[in-house]
Design a binder for this molecule. Structure first.
Ligand code: PLP
Length: 390
């Protein structure tokens, strides 16, 4: 069976070029070493880590010294919030953040902080004026994501950064789903902290990076041997970091060499064909600026999870965006925050393309989707009723 992977926002497959760059760092006969060792092996590992740091810094237009390697986006988000905010302070964030930010905020609340979660409009965007209005005397942190993982909607982070700068408040942005998909310049963003994750960038799972400006007074959350200039103890994941450096280089290239533009064209074709040929479908957040690789589409009268399974049986991997906790399927908190009904949120699927995507993949999805959808709708009493009444 043909298989098509359109779930890059969950994990983007490692690129062969990236894997080849990291492979020698597993073998003693090649480039293995602990970057803290002073001998030959340590020196070669250290040099590779520093080269990767330089590459990631170029992706953000920052100094290499401001990059801290982490285990991924979750750690970067935890570091930014728990490492900066102190008990009694006030944090402004949003209702559509990833659980890594939302649950870090929850933890801060338990530690005596006050948290304001700002709403989004129907397109999934935060209003910068709401950020300004939410500022208080004790506000020390604003954390707003750059691009949403479910819809791809880009937030007005430059404006929010400006507000934070004027108010002398830290600004953190979770750029996990934005890195490599839109340009990032930490100076233009006026951000003090920014987190990314390797596996959304075609590097391996379990590695990431955070930008931490030198003005951010970070109290590390990992205590140990003082690696990463004391900001993140723990032996560096040398192969992962090397891979992230390579992936950052490829991501930077992809912003200008037409790769991202190609993904946008395929994404748009997918959206257009689905919405024009399949009734009761539509794009969530369509009118907002979005990253090129992501689309979130509702298919009224079906359960998104059932459609995910039906497509999986045809070899197509997508995501329903529904969070499964304690056995109960909850509708997406992002889509409901946009004002969508629970039913429509439950009927929505995320398709996310990557550098491995080919035009034939889109053709294949478009060839199998109508039948999968029709079968499910034929089983839906609500759909039958609506067809009879219309
Ligand atoms: N932030 C966003 C927006 C994400 O989409 C994800 C992963 O899905 C994370 C944070 C967490 O990243 P990681 O899986 O590297 O911990």
């Amino acid at each position: 069976m043909r298989r098509v992977y359109l779930d890059s926002n969950a994990s983007a497959p490692i690129l062969p070029e990236v894997f080849e760059t990291m492979r020698p760092f597993f073998f003693l006969e090649e480039s293995f070493g602990n970057a803290s060792s002073i001998h030959h092996y340590g020196q070669q590992a250290r040099a590779a880590v520093e080269q990767a740091r330089e590459s990631v810094a170029q992706l953000f237009n920052c100094r290499a010294a401001d990059i801290v390697f982490t285990s991924g986006g979750t750690e970067g988000d935890n570091l930014a919030l728990l490492g900066i905010v102190r008990p009694g302070e006030h944090v402004i964030t949003s209702t559509i953040e990833h659980p890594a930010v939302q649950n870090s905020s929850k933890r801060l609340r338990q530690l005596g902080c006050e948290i304001t979660e700002l709403p989004v409009n129907g397109l999934g965007q935060i209003d910068p004026d709401d950020v300004r209005r939410a500022l208080r005397r004790r506000t020390t942190m604003i954390s707003v994501m750059m691009a949403n993982n479910e819809t791809g909607v880009i937030q007005p982070v430059e404006e929010i950064g400006k507000i934070a700068r004027e108010a002398r408040v830290h600004f953190h942005t979770d750029a996990v789903q934005a890195a490599g998909r839109i340009p990032i310049d930490v100076h233009a963003l006026h951000c003090d902290l920014l987190s990314i994750s390797g596996h959304k960038l075609h590097a391996p799972q379990g590695v990431g990076a955070a930008y931490v400006s030198k003005s951010a007074l970070l109290i590390p959350i990992f205590n140990g041997g003082g690696q990463e200039r004391g900001r993140r103890s723990g032996t560096e994941n040398v192969p992962g970091i090397v891979a992230l450096g390579k992936a950052a280089e490829i991501a930077r290239r992809g912003l200008t060499d037409g790769t991202n533009e190609q993904l946008r064209q395929w994404r748009d074709r997918l959206e257009q064909t689905i919405t024009e040929t399949l009734e009761a479908t539509g794009i969530n957040g369509r009118q907002a600026p979005r990253v090129a690789n992501t689309t979130n589409i509702f298919f009224d009268y079906v359960e998104g999870e059932a459609l995910v399974i039906a497509l999986d049986l045809k070899g197509v991997a997508v995501s329903s965006g529904a969070a499964c906790s304690s056995g109960a399927t909850e509708p997406s908190h992002v889509l409901t925050a946009m004002g969508m009904s629970k039913d429509r949120a439950r009927s929505s699927l995320r398709f996310s393309l990557g550098k491995h995507t080919r035009a034939e993949d889109i053709d294949y999805v478009l060839s199998v989707l109508p039948e999968a959808l029709t079968r499910l709708r034929d089983l839906s009493p609500l759909y039958k009723k609506s067809s009879i009444s219309s």
